[in-house]
Design a protein around this ligand. Structure first.
Ligand code: PHE
Length: 448
């Protein structure tokens, strides 16, 4: 090893980067879509509870592992291990997370590519090339290949520059843009006819659905995906934070931003659906449920934008740029997991490691694009429904059962002298040992 490591230069830089990783297509597409297909406000309620009670504690575990280890996921976990078996287990968990990140990136890049091509469509139409514009919004092999590759090159471009000049700098630029765009779009949609009905569907829970098993599982999966858990990403971001920072409050702030942006995205998309309905677009499927999944983003919303005339071109452009930015600040974190491992464990040069690994993942994306009808869902399912919860759970097990309690407490105390009087100090070590692994395992087994 002996490679000098980068790090975040400021609190704000870390918050933007970690929130950038957390806030992505999962928030702006996944969350509203899941809300639409799981009975509206009941899902929102369950999601909020699970995000704070299960995902946040697990998120803290990953950040603490990284900051303690000051290294990539495998090395960090191995530093907490005391014997050969634990070190092997550490390798499995850490490397498993890195593989999960790479797999997620391989399908995420394809979806992000769609967002980019949908952002170009209104620009082309603004110049009057309506026929040419069709190419950008219709599924085709060529379009998918080109835009997946473009998106991946952007991701590689940022990660090649390292932590401060790449991840931090770009997250600090892109995240505020994302928040501004989102707010402007919400204000605009709220002023349209039909929005208030959508607001009701979004905010009035049907409490009878709150304990629905499917709803619970979807909400937990969504919360874990959204906080980027079980992918080595938050371990590596944790390792770039200075020991002087108060990790407990930084983690809470990132969680709060992540949850708020998901909530805001719902505030945009669910009312937008009802606005579309007021304009004559069908928003309910045949079985009476709200349209969700890719139809929502690629059919319902574009028809809404179409109904707005020239203004719709700008709104559509803003919306898909928003999606692309959100995806980019997440994809860079996914690439950083494997790259930091290659740099620190195999002494590779950062730029080389980034290019090779990025292109390797692009090859996987291309294979998925070529077999899109079955591979896209399959890879997404393996990495997010199986990989993420299992690895996140094993990280909790690691912290709760393998790491010495004194070392955990010492790490929590770094940069946070008064922590001994807080609820976090009293409850978290016990909570992460018993409650988190059991709850995650229960939901996971149930979902099988
Ligand atoms: N959290 C991101 C989102 O909500 C996705 C992500 C998953 C990012 C895993 C990094 C690792 O879209």
């Amino acid at each position: 090893m002996g490679v000098s490591r980068g790090g975040f230069s400021s609190r704000f830089g870390f918050i933007m980067a970690a929130a950038g990783s957390a806030v992505g297509l999962g928030n702006i597409w996944g969350f509203p879509t899941q809300t639409a297909s799981n009975g509206g406000a009941a899902f929102v309620l369950v999601y909020l509870v699970l995000a704070f009670c299960l995902a946040y504690p697990a998120f803290m575990a990953e950040l603490l592992i990284g900051r303690y280890g000051q290294a990539n996921a495998v090395t960090s976990l191995q530093k907490m291990s005391h014997n050969l078996w634990q070190k092997r287990f550490a390798f499995m968990v850490g490397f498993g997370g890195i593989i999960a990140a790479a797999l997620i990136l391989s399908f995420y890049g394809i979806l992000a590519g769609w967002m980019m091509s949908f952002a170009i469509d209104p620009v082309v139409r603004l110049f009057g090339f309506n026929d040419a514009a069709q190419w950008f919004v219709n599924q085709s092999l060529a379009r998918n290949l080109i835009f997946t590759a473009l998106f991946m090159l952007l991701t590689i471009f940022i990660i090649r520059r390292g932590v401060e000049d790449g991840i931090e700098k770009w997250s600090k630029r892109l995240m505020p843009m994302l928040i501004i765009l989102l707010t402007v779009l919400i204000i605009y949609v709220m002023s349209l006819e039909g929005a208030s009905e959508g607001l009701k569907a979004y905010l009035q829970p049907d409490l009878s659905r709150v304990f629905d098993a499917d709803l619970l599982i979807s909400a937990l999966g969504q919360a874990f995906f959204s906080l980027s858990l079980g992918t080595s990403v938050m371990i590596i971001y944790g390792s770039y934070i200075s020991k002087k920072e108060n990790l407990v409050s930084l983690g809470a702030q990132v969680t709060l931003i992540d949850v708020s942006i998901a909530f805001l995205a719902g505030l945009l998309i669910i009312p937008a659906m009802y606005v579309a309905q007021a304009q004559g677009v069908a928003i309910f499927a045949e079985d009476g449920s709200l349209i969700s999944g890719s139809n929502l983003v690629f059919t319902v919303l574009p028809s809404l934008f179409d109904g707005m005339g020239v203004m719709g071109l700008f709104v559509g452009f803003a919306f898909f740029v928003l999606m692309t930015i959100a995806a980019l600040t997440s994809s860079i974190s996914m690439l950083e997991g494997p790259v930091s491992y290659a740099v620190e464990r195999h002494d590779m040069e950062r730029t080389k490691a980034t290019t090779y690994i990025g292109l390797g993942i692009l090859v996987l994306s291309i294979i998925i694009v070529l077999n899109i009808s079955f591979m896209l869902d399959l890879v997404a399912m393996i990495s997010t429904q199986y990989g993420q919860p299992i690895i996140a759970m094993l990280c909790c097990v690691f912290v709760g059962w393998i790491w010495y309690r004194n070392s955990i407490l010492a790490e929590i105390k770094q940069g946070n002298d008064d922590v001994e009087n807080t609820l976090f100090w009293k409850i978290w070590p016990w909570y992460i040992k018993f409650v988190c692994p059991t709850a995650i395992a229960a939901v996971f087994i149930h979902s099988l």
